[in-house]
Design a protein around this ligand. Structure first.
Ligand SMILES: NC(=O)c1ccc[n+]([C@@H]2O[C@H](COP(=O)([O-])OP(=O)(O)OC[C@H]3O[C@@H](n4cnc5c(N)ncnc54)[C@H](O)[C@@H]3O)[C@@H](O)[C@H]2O)c1
Length: 243
């Protein structure tokens, strides 16, 4: 029997990361679920294992270089890295602090860089890295640190795609729009309704919709595509539509 390809999914304890882990299991990967929070990562990974899924889990911060390096060095092989872990909170420009800015940048950009650099050392030709950015990189109200960090994720995706192309490693990104997760539910109901009203589809996406895009870039069948951003946002990036 052919050895399973191994995929790491960061931020896999809940939300989009959990949906991506489930989808990559269905697609035949052995999935290594990573999250900085032990709960609900362990519970969700155990439930998947009980249902026969090929998964393991590790509690780890993507910003901890030493822990990330040791974790990746211990894997038998590495075929796919899904950089999904991130932090987010709202804040008007004149109210946000320097700490808001540094924390979001540290996790969303520097953390993605750290784990990608360690992963790339283990990866062979044909490996794939999928970064989860956000449609918010284009703009949005009261999101300056998040927008900046996600624009950084896009820049990092393109830079890594060029630098790693010589080694045959493909790097692409997904830019989700509004997705119904804890991150979205942390907004007030009024803010949620305002944001839904801006969607041409007048709808909020589901984590599985994003997992579907991640699965495309993670697939060994997706070749000759690198440095691309797939926007899955109910059409919001086209602009506001009145009807
Ligand atoms: N939900 C949305 O509407 C939406 C929209 C656009 C983009 N995104 C992006 O999709 C991704 C997932 O979003 P979500 O809504 O599922 O978020 P979420 O907050 O539900 O999940 C994020 C996970 O990342 C983990 N995490 C945070 N810091 C970490 C670290 N340092 N190391 C390891 N794990 C860490 C958290 O513990 C959490 O389990 C993020 O990159 C987010 O920016 C989400």
């Amino acid at each position: 029997m052919q050895e399973k390809e191994i995929a790491i999914v960061t931020g896999a304890g809940r939300g989009i990361g959990l949906a991506a882990a489930k989808r990559l299991v269905e697609d035949g990967f052995h999935v290594v679920m990573v999250d900085v929070k032990a709960d609900p990562l362990a519970e969700n990974a155990e439930a998947l294992k009980q249902s026969g899924a090929s998964v393991e889990h590790h509690v780890l911060s993507i910003t901890d270089r030493e822990a990330v390096a040791a974790f990746i060095a211990a894997l038998p092989r590495l075929d796919v890295l899904v950089n999904n872990a991130a932090v987010f909170w709202d804040g008007k420009f004149d109210e946000i602090t320097e700490d808001d800015f540094r924390t979001m940048y540290d996790v969303n950009v520097v953390g993605t860089f750290v784990i990608s650099q360690e992963a790339a050392k283990r990866m062979e030709r044909g490996a794939r890295i999928v970064n989860v950015a956000s449609r918010a990189y284009l703009a949005g109200y009261a999101h300056a640190p998040y927008i900046t960090s996600k624009a950084g994720t896009i820049g990092l995706t393109r830079a890594m795609a060029i630098d790693l192309a010589a080694r045959g490693i493909l790097v692409n990104a997904i830019a989700p729009g509004l997705i119904e997760t804890e991150m979205f539910r942390s907004l007030t109901p009024e803010r949620q309704q305002q944001l839904i009203a801006l969607q041409p589809t007048r709808d909020v996406g589901q984590p599985e919709d994003i997992a579907n895009g991640i699965a495309f870039f993670a697939s060994p069948r997706t070749k000759n595509v690198t440095g691309q951003i797939l926007t899955l946002d109910g059409g919001r990036s086209m602009g506001i539509s009145l009807y």
